[in-house]
Design a binder for this molecule. Structure first.
Ligand SMILES: [Zn+2]
Length: 65
């Protein structure tokens, strides 16, 4: 039994588009084409917008009786 999956040969070279971050104004490249008129962010700002923090903040404000 021989299964041939010649069609599984797909390549999508990531087309990098140069953008200017709407947040910090830094130049960056994104692997997609941003829509005109909509804000685009660099990686850092994108992560910030998503709420991803580089460091986890631990809350140590527990009230003990
Ligand atoms: Zn930015």
């Amino acid at each position: 039994m021989a299964f041939r999956h010649d069609r599984g040969f797909r390549r999508f070279p990531p087309e990098m588009t140069k953008i200017k971050c709407s947040e910090c104004g830094k130049e960056a490249e994104v692997p997609f084409k941003p829509r005109e008129g909509s804000p685009v962010y660099c990686r850092e700002c994108f992560m910030k917008k998503k709420g991803i923090k580089p460091r986890e903040e631990q809350e140590e404000s527990q009230d003990m009786e």
